[in-house]
Design a protein around this ligand. Sequence first.
Ligand code: GDP
Ligand code: CA
Length: 331
Amino acid sequence: MQITALAGGIGGARFLTGVLHYLDQTTESHDVTVIGNTGDDIWVHGLRVCPDLDTVMYTLGGGIDTERGWGRQDETFRAKEELAAYGVEPTWFGLGDRDIGTHLVRTASLNAGFPLSSVTAALCERWQPGVRLLPMSDDRAETHVLIDDPNNPDNQIAIHFQEWWIKHRAQIPARGFAIVGIENAAPGPGVVEAIAGADVIVFPPSNPIVSIGTILAVPGIRDAIISADAKVVGVSPIISGAPVRGMADACLSAEGIDTTTQAVAAHYGARSAGGLLDGWLVDTSDEASVAAITATGIRCRAIPLLMTDVAATAVMVEEALDLIATSPNAG
Ligand code: GDP
Ligand code: CA
């Protein structure tokens, strides 16, 4: 079974641990490809940082700080302190000392002319994440947030997504998102093939706008999913009208989407109506929205969606696969 998943950072990575745990229990041979979001990537102090790729790589490779959900375990921040002592910006970005090792290898390899996809594959040789991790694109396309210009109310300015998300904790109202460079970005090597050749395509509970939405914005990826033979199943990151973690509500409202599982399902849309989803899992607390989502042509089921541990997450994976495997009326 060939599973292809799109993934942001922590929500995607945690879900993927469940995918691998579930597959380990089955006898069927399997192959998991992850298309990672690179819209969050940023140059910091001369280093190329790819937060979502690293979160997936460290999580699946056993190197993540599980408490924080990002960065390396047993981390120290001496280099960051030194940089702050020099007064150089940005001071808000969480550059850990161990993590810097990864960024140095990546940056040197990129500077030597290797594409991000090759560099990522090389980094994964150390971490052995158990999946094939493909950047959505080798081209630079970074998410920026449109906010009101503090110096001129008639104007809007764009700041890097990381500045809005980390420095401002998404507290400044976002008027929209602009992925700078996306029009000219091409899907990375193997991305379209992994979608076309998949038996199942999965949207983990990643941020629908700045993680999954960014991947879908790479020209060619959305169309590849729509025309794929595989069924597409998604897992809601929104439970009881709120994100489980993080500020996805601020991203959804910037796009005029309610922070409800039903609105996110409608945003992706039913495959049968030109959208993306064949199936959508909602949390038990959102049972009341199952009928309305089903009525739009998306198979829907309510189950516990909190990824409390890998076993609970593996049950979510089993349910997701079952939802799209059974006949349309069985959901
Ligand atoms: P990021 O790039 O690190 O922000 O991570 P993602 O985009 O992959 O995932 C972020 C999303 O994961 C958030 O919108 C959360 O609501 C969602 N999330 C985190 N933990 C859980 C969980 O236990 N269950 C569900 N259903 N969603 C979760
Ligand atoms: Ca991210």
